[in-house]
Design a binder for this molecule. Sequence first.
Ligand code: 5GP
Ligand code: ZN
Length: 115
Amino acid sequence: MSYDCLFCKIAEGKISSYKIYEDEEVFAFMDINPQAPVHIVIIPKKHINGLDNVFYEDEQVLGHIQVVAAKIAKQFPEMKNGFRVINNCGENGGQTIFHIHYHLLGGRVFSWPPG
Ligand code: 5GP
Ligand code: ZN
């Protein structure tokens, strides 16, 4: 755990969240400010600041997150026609919480390019 990290505290259950999925490495919960009918945040339990701060040792958990995202998506009828997985990295990428996380969004049609 990183000192004073909101998402570490959520993963540890010290701050409450609407949990969607948990295993040894990963925790997923509903976003507090949803940008789509279904908006889930998936995080590694290990504290990593962001995608600009990953190493080869993180490959396994970051790959695992994609498999978890697909597994969660299958559980929501809103995502049967597709979904979007997003990582916001750094200031220009729109990252506001500096514990790496992936947004899993579904339930509407998403435009491209993103805003
Ligand atoms: P970012 O902007 O860093 O990519 O995404 C951070 C996300 O965390 C935002 O979508 C925001 O709504 C969500 N978030 C921030 N604080 C909380 C919280 O306390 N609980 C939950 N469930 N989501 C949060
Ligand atoms: Zn953290």
